[in-house]
Design a protein around this ligand. Sequence first.
Ligand code: ADP
Length: 160
Amino acid sequence: METAIYPGSFDPPTLGHVNIIARTAAIFDRVVVCILKNSAKDSGMFTVAERISMLESVTTDYPNVMIDSSSALLAEYARQYERPVIIRGLRALTDFEYEMQIASLNRRLNHQIETMMMVADNSYTYLSSSVVKQLSRFNKDLGCFVPEPVASAVYSKSGF
Ligand code: ADP
């Protein structure tokens, strides 16, 4: 079984993330979306349990997608799968430099890993979880940026 692992913070999941998940699910037998808890990013707006629940609710249309979380290094986490493919999204050249470095590191740590970069859909190249969090502080409409259940969760975290 060909398994793709899509790792990230997903704090919160955006329509850009969902787009990558949908496209990956159309190619691989199984997609494991994994919330990594060892990210250098600060603790975040949502708990890991809340992120899992949001990701589950926005991926119900894709039966071959499962949601997981881990505090292990990605290269170690990936060992439970046979020849896993790591999927990362590329929005801009700035993403590319960072992703190249991480992909090389992961392959050095675990030779079984292949990393594939998926080019962001044109509609979402500007979109990130940080943008969503920033807009929510100004009570802006999030409908174009995140799936509906995520928008409600973000508003209530922001006190609206
Ligand atoms: P991380 O902390 O690992 O960067 P993110 O949740 O911010 O976690 O992103 C996870 C992955 O999704 C990364 O590969 C990122 O480049 C990609 N990504 C984020 N936003 C988008 C988007 N709008 N379109 C396509 N890919 C995206």
